[in-house]
Design a protein around this ligand. Structure first.
Ligand code: ATP
Ligand code: MG
Ligand code: MG
Ligand code: MG
Length: 567
C-alpha cells in the first residue's frame, strides 16, 4: 500500500507548515510569536489572521470541545449570517450606540449593514415570530461564527484581533427561574470547556456595564500577559476589575476620545459613592485630562469625593489635566458637562477641592451639554469598554473579609443574564400560561474560540516553543526518524506511526529531508505533547526514544511497547 494514502498520519514532508527561526518583529506576546513561528497562523493585516493547516487543526479541536459541551448542556447549533442588517440594530437601539468597534457598510441599493460583532439582534429577530408559546420554551441556540470588531488597538495576536471566531449562545426562557437554570448549565459547560482545553482558569464576577441586568461572570485564564486584571480570594471569590481601559482605583469613569464620552458603568452616582465608601450628596463632578497617547478622558466622580491628578492617574495611566486651550480644541466647555446615565433631576454643583487643577463643573444631564451640540448615539456613544472599577487588591473580600489578591487574566468567555432588554426593544413576545403576552427572558453566552487558542499557548510554552495541552494539540504524537534515506530507520518510523494511528492516536511523521537538529527544533516549536525519536543506534538495541514535551523527560522504550507507552 502506498504509505501516502494512510490519511490518518500527517506528513511533515507534504504539509504546509512554514516554520520560522526568528520571532516576527510585530508579534508582541509569546502566543503571537510562537503560533507564527510554528507555522500555524499568519498576520494578514492589523487584527486579521490566516489559520494555516496545523493552526486550523487546533482551532477545530477547540470548536469541537465547545460544540460538544454546548450540545450536552442543552445547546442547539445553528448558523446565522456574519453580515447583519442595520434595521435590526435600529430596533434594539444599538445602531450608532454600539460604538466604533462596529464596522458598517452599504450595499448597492444603499441599505446599511454591519459585520456582526455579536448577534443578540439577529437571534431575537430570528425567534420572535416562531417561538410563540411558553410551551416552546426554553431554548438555547448557538452558533460558531466569525465576528468583526474594529478594535481600537488590535494587538496580542489572536487575543485581540478584529476578525475572530466566537461561539455565541442565546437562551430564551419564560421566567427568571428558567434563566437561572440555563445560566447554570452554561456555567458548567464553560467550566468543562476550560478543563478540557487544559486551562488554568477562574470564574470571576464582571461588571454588567451598559447591558445592565443582575448577573454576569467571565471565564479568565490566568496569564501574565492577560489584559484583564482580577482580584481573588482563597475562599473562592474572584472579580474582574476591568483594567483594560482603567486602573482598579475606583475614582470614576471614563471616555477615551471626544467622540466617545459616556458613563456606561455608572448607573447612578449613588452606586458609585456607595462603593467609594462615601455618602452620596447628589452631586457629580467631572475631571478631564489626557493619557500618554493624547487620548482625552473624562472622569465622573461624586461631587464630594476628592479627586486630584494623582488619583486620576490611577484610572488613566499618565493622566495629565487638559489646559484651557486643549479643552477648547476638544470641544469641551467649562461649566457645562452632562454625563450620560445620571438619573433625572440630579442637582450637580461645584466642588472646591478641585480648585488647584484644571476642572469644570458638570452642568446638566442634557444632550448638547456633554459636548457642544452633541447627541447621544450620533456624536458620542455608550459603550462597554470602560466598565466601572469596583474592587481592588487589598480590599476586603466580600465573602470572607480577607484581603483580596491580584492576578492577570485573559477573558476567554463570558456568560450573561440579559433579561428582557432585547426582547422588549424588539417586541419578541410569547404567550404565557396565564394568557398574557410577555417578553422572553434572555441570556447570552460567548466564548472566544480563536482567543482560546492563543490563551492556551500563553499558559503553556517554554523557550523552545509551544506545549499543547493534549485536548487541543494539532496531533498527539510526532514520530521523528533520524534518517532521510529509505532504510531500516524510516521503515521502523512508518511502522511505529501506523501502529500509533491504529491505536487511535493522531500522529505526525517528520519524514522531511532535514538534519536532526532542524527536526528537533521544529517539533519542539510546534509542541506536540509527545515525540518518538527513532535512530539507528536505538533500533540496533530494539528501542526508540519517547520524549514528553512538557517535562522534557526522555525514555528509551522497546519498539514493541511504544504504543502502550505513548497512550
Ligand atoms: P474584551 O473585554 O477582551 O474586549 P469583550 O468583553 O468585549 O472582550 P464579549 O463581548 O464578552 O467580549 O465577547 C465574548 C468573547 O469573545 C470574549 O469573552 C472573548 O473571548 C472573545 N473576544 C471578544 N473580543 C475579541 C477580540 N477582539 N479578539 C478575539 N476574541 C475576542
Ligand atoms: Mg471588547
Ligand atoms: Mg470584557
Ligand atoms: Mg466580555
Amino acid at each position: 500500500m502506498n504509505k501516502h494514502l494512510n490519511r490518518n498520519i500527517l506528513r511533515m514532508s507534504t504539509m504546509y507548515v512554514p516554520t520560522l527561526k526568528e520571532d516576527p518583529s510585530d508579534a508582541d506576546i509569546p502566543s503571537a510569536k510562537l503560533l507564527t513561528r510554528a507555522g500555524m497562523i499568519r498576520k494578514e493585516a492589523a487584527g486579521l489572521y490566516s489559520f494555516l493547516p496545523l493552526g486550523l487543526r487546533v482551532l477545530r479541536k477547540i470548536e469541537n470541545i465547545v460544540r460538544e459541551e454546548m450540545d450536552s448542556h442543552g445547546g442547539e447549533e445553528l448558523l446565522m449570517p456574519f453580515v447583519q442588517s442595520a434595521d435590526l440594530w435600529r430596533q434594539s437601539g444599538r445602531w450608532g450606540a454600539y460604538g466604533e468597534e462596529m464596522m458598517t457598510m452599504r450595499d448597492r441599493h444603499d441599505n446599511e449593514f454591519c459585520l456582526g460583532p455579536t448577534a443578540e439582534e439577529v437571534i431575537t429577530d430570528l425567534v420572535k415570530n416562531e417561538l410563540r408559546s411558553y410551551k416552546d420554551l426554553p431554548k438555547n441556540l448557538y452558533h460558531i461564527q466569525l465576528k468583526f470588531r474594529d478594535e481600537r488597538r488590535p494587538r496580542f495576536g489572536l487575543l485581540r484581533s478584529r476578525e475572530f471566531i466566537m461561539k455565541d449562545a442565546y437562551s430564551f426562557d419564560k421566567d427568571q427561574e428558567g434563566l437561572e437554570v440555563n445560566y447554570q448549565l452554561m456555567r458548567d459547560a464553560y467550566s468543562r470547556m476550560c478543563e478540557r482545553m487544559g486551562m488554568e482558569y477562574r470564574i470571576v464576577q464582571a461588571d454588567p456595564g451598559e447591558i445592565g441586568g443582575n448577573g454576569t461572570e467571565e471565564f479568565m485564564t490566568l496569564a501574565e500577559t492577560g489584559e484583564a486584571e482580577l482580584v481573588y480570594c482563597d475562599c473562592g471569590y474572584a472579580a474582574d476589575v476591568e483594567v483594560g481601559e482603567c486602573h482598579p482605583n475606583p475614582v470614576g469613569y471614563v471616555g477615551d476620545t471626544m467622540e466617545k464620552i459616556a458613563t456606561p458603568g455608572l448607573h447612578t452616582i449613588e452606586e458609585l459613592a456607595d462603593f467609594l465608601g462615601i455618602e452620596a450628596d447628589g452631586t457629580v463632578k467631572a475631571f478631564s485630562g489626557k493619557d500618554k497617547e493624547g487620548a482625552i478622558w473624562v472622569l465622573f466622580v461624586p461631587g464630594n469625593y476628592e479627586v486630584n491628578e494623582d488619583k486620576a492617574a490611577h484610572v488613566v495611566r499618565g493622566f495629565e489635566p487638559l489646559t484651557d486651550e486643549e479643552m477648547k480644541d476638544a470641544g469641551l466647555v467649562k461649566g457645562s458637562m452632562g454625563p450620560v446615565g445620571l438619573p433625572e433631576g440630579v442637582r450637580i454643583c461645584a466642588d472646591d477641592s478641585l480648585r488647584d487643577v484644571e476642572r469644570w463643573i458638570v452642568g446638566a444631564n442634557e444632550e448638547g451639554y456633554h459636548l457642544l451640540g452633541a447627541k447621544q448615539g450620533e456624536d458620542f456613544t455608550v459603550d462597554a469598554w470602560g466598565d466601572l472599577c469596583t474592587v481592588v487588591a487589598g480590599d476586603a473580600c466580600p465573602c470572607c473579609g480577607k484581603p483580596l489578591q491580584a492576578a492577570r487574566g485573559i477573558e476567554v468567555g463570558q456568560i450573561f443574564k440579559l433579561g428582557t432588554k432585547y426582547s422588549e426593544a424588539m417586541g419578541a413576545l410569547f404567550m404565557d400560561e396565564d394568557g398574557t403576552e410577555k417578553p422572553f427572558i434572555m441570556g447570552c453566552y460567548g466564548v472566544g474560540v480563536s482567543r482560546c487558542m492563543a490563551a492556551a499557548v500563553e499558559q503553556s510554552h517554554d523557550d523552545m516553543g509551544i506545549i499543547w495541552p493534549v485536548g487541543i494539540a494539532p496531533a498527539h504524537v510526532a514520530v521523528i526518524p533520524l534518517s532521510t534515506k529509505p532504510d531500516e530507520v524510516t521503515e521502523a518510523a512508518e511502522d511505529v506511526a501506523a501502529k500509533l494511528a491504529a491505536a487511535g492516536l493522531e500522529v505526525c511523521i517528520d519524514d522531511r529531508d532535514e538534519r536532526a537538529g532542524v527536526k528537533f527544533a521544529d517539533n519542539d516549536l510546534i509542541g506536540w505533547p509527545a515525540q518518538v525519536v527513532i535512530g539507528k543506534r536505538g533500533l540496533a538495541a530494539g528501542t526508540v526514544e519517547v520524549k514528553n514535551r512538557k517535562t522534557g523527560e526522555k525514555t528509551d522504550v522497546a519498539v514493541d511497547d511504544v504504543v502502550s507507552f505513548v497512550e
